[in-house]
Ligand binder design. Structure first.
Ligand SMILES: C[S@@+](CC[C@H](N)C(=O)[O-])C[C@H]1O[C@@H](n2cnc3c(N)ncnc32)[C@H](O)[C@@H]1O
Length: 220
């Protein structure tokens, strides 16, 4: 190889490394607002890690929901069963990064009010539309579309929730459901139903003993 050609390659490679380096720095850097939010949510979640007592998901399962939303860049999320807001905070935190929003539904007024306070304390209220309603009717009424659904209310209604949401769930989106590790009653019926659908791929995450089913929609 001639000296000129070697010089050309060295210059070209150096430039390439420089450009990739700059791009990566820009990509990895967070805005000051996002950094402040991250600190606030993390602090809230860590301080309350062992304090939830309203059938809330364990910390590990909140983290699973968070990563699912980030990994797939989901933006239009629905939660059925807010309780006092643990899982909603994890999901809203993820949605603050993808530019999305969560609708969450709770039937019990006192838990709904505590959830609203928790959303403010964690700093994620901007990404949550909390609805005090019976999900049996509201899930049917909501227009969607959604790309992420977390079902965590009355287990006997899981299959019906799924059937109501399915037409509003985007291809590539997923329907997740909590407490599926010990499949009995409504949960067993739900798992049997969803696992037999050819256009869904269902797996179970066992990060906690409760278990989360994750059903990806492959096609309509
Ligand atoms: C297991 S807890 C949800 C925990 C919550 N996802 C968390 O991790 O913080 C189930 C909640 O669903 C609510 N629920 C049950 N049936 C409901 C219905 N038909 N509509 C709306 N909420 C309902 C209950 O009141 C309860 O607060």
């Amino acid at each position: 190889m001639s000296e000129a050609l070697t010089k050309f390659f060295i210059t070209f490679l150096s430039l390439l490394i420089l450009i990739v380096g700059v791009q990566l720095t820009v990509f990895v850097q967070k805005s000051p607002a996002q950094t402040a939010l991250d600190r606030r949510v993390e602090k809230f979640l860590n301080e309350n890690r062992t304090k939830w007592h309203d059938w809330n998901v364990p910390y590990e399962d909140g983290r699973v929901l968070y990563h699912l939303i980030i990994k797939n860049n989901y933006k239009r999320a629905l939660e059925i069963g807010t309780s006092t807001g643990h899982s909603a905070i994890w999901m809203a935190w993820a949605l603050s990064k993808t530019g999305g929003k969560l609708i969450t539904i709770e039937i019990d007024e006192s838990r709904y009010r505590i959830a609203l306070e928790n959303f403010k304390k964690a700093g994620v209220e901007e990404w949550i539309e909390a609805r005090l309603a019976d999900a049996h009717s509201l899930v049917k009424e909501l227009k969607g579309p959604f790309d992420f659904v977390f079902s965590d209310a009355d287990k006997d209604w899981y299959t019906q929730y799924f059937k109501d949401v399915d037409p509003k769930l985007a291809v590539g989106g997923c329907f997740t459901a909590h407490n599926v590790a010990n499949a009995f009653g409504g949960i067993k019926d739900f798992l049997d139903y969803v696992k037999n659908l050819p256009n869904y791929q269902t797996t179970i995450d066992r990060s906690s003993s409760a278990g989360i089913s994750i059903s990806y929609k492959k096609s309509n």
